[in-house]
Design a protein around this ligand. Structure first.
Ligand code: DON
Length: 599
């Protein structure tokens, strides 16, 4: 039995994104000139597209001289900048933002989830921290299959069995222990205040909570969480107070990791699991540890890319994509011209096939990272490509590497006055995760187990398929697409980028980087620019309305490409660019509540 390509959770996120649709802003004259490809004709009937231009909106960047925080919520960005102003560094600000997002953005911000951090300090030294969730020790390879070997619908998506062991709190403790300057108590305080005094709901958050009400009620006996006392719908501007979450944050503030992984919070979490048939134990919590990993570093043209190694597939895939397109004159061809789009799609097709075959938790399977990003290997991956005709995904398999058998997320970026930079992508997976709120603790649990390949070849909620390399196992981290990334130019900090979006994270980050490096866009233009996505299977290219000119559509269709216009949008980027004059450009996505705050 197939799992749905897009779960209800994801549908809610996507619906929310659509809400802010407004893309009638003026085009950038310079951009129009430099690429010369924004003249649309009227021949759009073949795909029923109404052309509106290459940008989602004309949102302008935020600038600052001393620091910048770009995140999914204005309150969280404000908290981050307050930390910087109080003398904190980028890591202090990032930790405060992570905890603030757990309060103000419950759909994806979290203490019950996990994520990745890429950190580049002012001297250029880079670090990555893997605080991805882990399979509980009672997890089993076939735990989501029935006795006939078929996938049990929703079991890895909704309810108690969907959760991996959360990693976010240990990740923040580790990041702060190693690099923080302010006290732990100080970085926790803003989140505690927001939980106890309440957060004013944005239109998007009110809508998200209302749309999730039914499943909150279905899985949680305690009807208070994320609900108004009379269970009527939330309205924009109303105050969401989270007293129990405030207590959890106070325990974390007082006891560090023990405030979450041991004692009262752990007791409540395990009791919740037992009540609902989940399998996370006290041992699982006690044994959870975030891991410092060597950053994945590579070059694209003369830029250095610092990104996340496995357990994310994002960094490997991003470097593969950049290196696959490197030999081609994308700038000359122009932004989203038929040739540019064609080589990007074909690169994506091959990279996602490799992802499905080779990628998994490096602590459990040998992941051929260097082999996959090797330029000779990638050159060979082009062997069956022809400009005349789309390659058929059926004929594309993961590459041959001798010795290797097949076997609602949110991103934020911070730069401080010294040039220390943090990129964090963190997630519960689907919007509001498993929908399970830990009774007495008031926080949502992730549904990250769905990121495992629960049966070879069966797509997960993002349509991604996988294999043995990403099979469920106790203590194993599930494969991710999250791609927090930092780009250097001539040894100096240049860009901090990242986004949510499940399988589309990798291709959105890819496009956002190319838009700046190859197409001369500013950071904000690059974020605003309309995007497209291909992931090998299903064999189709999805695109935001307006991302392709009529000419591009016509030419790609003539070569056999299946194009599908999205009714929702792609990406919710939060990026920062270091301009040559030393100004920081904060570029948050106009597709949602994302906001940059600088000073
Ligand atoms: O780690 C991953 O790749 C997914 N759990 C990310 C989920 C996500 O981005 C959902 N947001 N739209």
């Amino acid at each position: 039995m197939k799992r749905k390509t897009l779960s209800l959770q994801c549908a809610i996120i996507l619906f929310c994104i659509v809400l802010s649709a407004c893309r009638t802003g003026p085009q950038q004259p310079g951009l129009r000139q430099s690429t010369g490809m924004y003249q649309y004709d009227n021949e759009t009937k073949s795909v029923g597209v109404r052309k509106t231009g290459p940008y989602y909106s004309d949102r302008q960047a935020v600038t600052g001289k001393n620091g910048m925080v770009a995140s999914a919520h204005p309150e969280a960005s404000r908290v981050g900048v307050d930390m910087l102003k109080a003398g904190g560094n980028a890591v202090d600000a990032a930790v405060a933002v992570q905890f603030a997002l757990a309060v103000v953005y419950p759909g994806a911000g979290n203490v019950g989830g996990g994520g990745f951090m890429v950190y580049r300090d002012r001297s250029g030294q880079a670090y990555t921290l893997d605080f991805r969730e882990k399979g509980p020790e009672k997890a089993q390879k076939d735990m989501y299959l029935d006795s006939a070997g078929n996938v049990i619908p929703s079991l890895s998506i909704t309810g108690h069995l969907a959760s991996g062991v959360p990693g976010s709190v240990d990740g923040m403790v580790e990041a702060h222990r190693r690099f923080g300057k302010l006290s732990w108590a100080q970085v926790l305080q803003p989140a505690i205040d927001l939980a106890e005094k309440g957060v004013v709901l944005t239109e998007r958050e009110a809508l998200g909570l209302n749309r999730t009400k039914k499943s909150f009620l279905a899985v949680n006996p305690d009807k208070r969480y994320f609900m108004k006392p009379d269970t009527t719908d939330w309205k924009t501007g109303e105050l969401l107070i989270q007293t129990d979450l405030g207590q959890v944050l106070r325990r974390i503030q007082a006891q560090g990791r023990a405030g979450f992984y041991e004692g009262e919070t752990a007791r409540l979490l395990v009791a919740e699991m037992q009540r609902g048939g989940g399998i996370i134990t006290e041992n699982d919590l006690k044994n959870y540890h975030a891991i410092w990993r060597d950053p994945l570093v590579g070059t694209y043209r003369n830029y250095k890319i610092i990104t996340m190694p496995p357990t994310s597939s994002g960094g490997v895939a991003l470097l593969q994509l950049l290196r696959l397109v490197e030999p081609y004159p994308l700038r000359k061809w122009g932004w989203n011209s038929d040739s540019t789009v064609q080589v990007m799609i074909e690169a994506e097709r091959r990279v996602y096939a490799d992802r499905a075959k080779f990628l998994g938790d490096p602590d459990f399977v040998k992941v051929p990272v260097q082999e996959l990003i090797d330029r000779n290997y990638l050159k060979n991956r082009w062997a069956d490509f022809s400009f005349d005709r789309a390659t058929d995904s059926k004929n594309v398999k993961g590459g041959n590497l001798p010795g290797y058998e097949s076997l609602e997320t949110t991103h934020f970026s911070v730069v401080d006055k010294d040039g220390n930079a943090v990129a964090i992508t963190t997630t519960l997976n689907g919007g509001y995760g498993s929908r399970v709120v830990v009774g007495g603790a008031g926080f949502l649990m992730n549904n990250e187990m769905d990121d495992f390949s629960i049966k070879p070849g069966v797509p997960n909620m993002f349509g991604l398929i996988g294999n043995q390399a990403n099979a469920v196992a106790p203590g194993k981290r599930m494969l991710s697409s999250m791609t927090p990334t930092i780009v250097e130019q001539e040894g100096k900090l240049y860009m901090v980028v990242g986004t949510p979006g499940g399988s589309t994270i990798i291709t959105s980050v890819f496009q956002t980087i190319l838009n700046v490096l190859d197409h001369g866009m500013t950071m904000q233009q690059s974020v605003n620019a309309l995007k497209f996505h291909h992931q090998w299977l299903p064999d189709k290219t999805t695109f935001e309305n307006g991302a392709f000119s009529d000419e591009t559509i016509r030419k790609l269709q003539a070569r056999g490409y299946i194009l599908e216009q999205l009714t929702n949008s792609l990406g919710r980027m939060d990026c920062i660019l270091f301009r040559p004059d030393g100004t920081l450009e904060g570029a948050s996505d106009p597709r949602a509540d994302n906001t940059s705050v600088g000073y």
